[in-house]
Design a protein around this ligand. Structure first.
Ligand code: 86X
Length: 427
């Protein structure tokens, strides 16, 4: 996931790690856009006068601020700080952009890096001197609106941990001692690392109250022509999320990736044997990858000839790929594959015909799936599911439709989906 670097506390994020970040980013970015929060980008550099504008909240953090003091060989006239967070960078412009109640709410987010020159044990993802995050900064006319948003954002953080990283968290409010001193109250999602018996803050969502509005004069005129002061929030999650995931799920064989964030969800490994039909095995691997990719699963095959199957097993286990599929001579003869779960090491043989088939069906469940709404495809589903227990058919498209994000494909045809439909065996 990372490569070490020649500056302590700084790490190179390799594609295996960056892809996890990007998957969470796609989700979170879409969710905040639904909330009418807009992306922006403020400069990395902060003048000392602006950084120190809010003395009280900076005081405790001052030792962590990194400064640029030179250009080439000459000293800068005034040193320039590198953002450790962007309150003081952004709020002078909030003051400028907010004049009347029609300028509110102002809801901004930026995806960026920040630098905090930590001295205590740097740890990849968990405590690094530079890290990636999103920071949201919003301003409202009323406290009630601010309060509501704090919890909406906290719920998105919960979903990142629980739905994407498969990590249970506790939502809650920080004590007066542990809250962000510059704000009114701080909420967080807290995770737990069983191995070390330690809690870890997963993300925070603050209501800043009117503290910063006072300092930065973020005022507006309300409908009645009276002067009001903005209510503000700020919230962030960072690449620490990946560190929590590594610690919670990792085991003695290495990383364990939750399928939702894994850039490779299934690795297919050919297991050729002496004079068995090697080409046939390779072809079956390619067909398996095709079938899985067609069903929207991120699958790849490892055809490398200079590594043994056993070596590949440990390699992909160490990398955390959720499912390994092995195809050997016996599997080829039986038109099946062997699947091995990364988390539990549980093995199961699956017929090639039901590979992309819905596991849920064999567990006697109903399935809600995006569908292209074409009759041919509906018939095809019946054909493909015909078995001892009877074929599955469409049941209904519920009036209560979940969201169908643009680009969602039909579970059966791979064409653009038009609606969510229930499928299953029926009376
Ligand atoms: C506190 C508060 C807040 C926006 C968040 O937690 C969410 C996103 N910011 C961040 N904090 C600092 O204010 C801070 C300031 C300086 Cl100068 C520093 F060097 C380190 C800091 N660390 C945290």
């Amino acid at each position: 996931m990372i490569e070490y670097y020649d500056i302590s506390g700084c790490y190179i994020l390799r594609p295996w790690a960056m892809s996890i970040w990007e998957i969470m980013q796609v989700f979170f970015d879409a969710e905040i856009k639904k909330m009418k929060i807009k992306n922006c980008y403020f400069p990395l550099f902060v003048s000392s006068s602006v950084l120190e504008k809010e003395k009280d909240h900076i005081e405790g953090f001052a030792p962590e601020v990194a400064w640029v003091t030179k250009s080439g060989k000459s000293d800068l006239e005034i040193p320039i700080a590198i953002r450790p967070t962007s309150e003081t960078v952004m709020y002078p412009y909030f003051s400028k952009w907010i004049r009347g109640h029609r300028d509110l709410p102002l809801k901004l987010n930026q995806w960026c890096n920040v630098v905090r020159w930590e001295f205590s044990n740097p740890t990849p993802f968990i405590r690094s001197r530079e890290f990636l995050w999103q920071e949201g900064h919003t301003a409202f006319a009323t406290k009630q609106e601010a309060d509501e948003e704090v919890l909406q954002i906290l719920e998105l953080y919960r979903r990142i941990y629980e739905e994407f990283l498969a990590i249970p968290i506790i939502k809650g409010k920080k004590s007066e001692m542990e809250k962000f001193a510059g704000g009114l109250y701080t909420t967080s999602v807290e995770a737990f690392i069983p191995n070390t018996g330690r809690g870890i803050q997963g993300a925070t969502s603050h209501c800043l109250g009117q503290n910063f509005a006072k300092m930065f004069e973020i005022n507006f005129e309300n409908e009645k022509g009276e002067k009001g002061m903005a209510w503000q929030n700020s919230w962030a999650y960072s690449t620490r999320t990946i560190g929590v995931m590594v610690m919670v799920h990792g085991d003695d064989k290495g990383l364990v990736l939750p399928p939702k964030v894994s850039s490779v969800q299934v690795i297919v490994v050919p297991v050729p044997f002496k004079d068995a039909n090697t080409q046939g095995i390779f072809d079956a691997c390619a067909a398996t990858v095709d079938t899985l990719c067609g069903a929207g699963i991120r699958a790849e095959a490892d055809y490398r000839e200079n590594y043994s199957p056993g070596w590949k097993y440990s390699h992909w286990e160490m990398k955390g790929v959720p499912l390994r599929i092995e195809i050997g001579p016996k599997d080829l003869a039986n038109n099946q594959v062997r699947a091995v779960r990364r988390d539990s090491a549980a093995k199961v043989d699956i017929s090639c015909d039901s590979l992309a088939g819905k596991e849920a069906l064999s567990q006697r469940k109903m399935i809600l799936a995006p569908w292209c709404d074409e009759e041919e495809v509906e018939k095809d589903v019946k054909d493909r599911t015909r078995g001892e227990m009877g074929a599955a058919k469409s049941l209904c498209s519920p009036f209560d439709q979940p969201e169908l994000p643009e680009g969602t494909t039909c579970f059966a045809s791979g064409k653009p989906a038009k609606k969510w439909t229930y499928w299953g065996r029926s009376y």
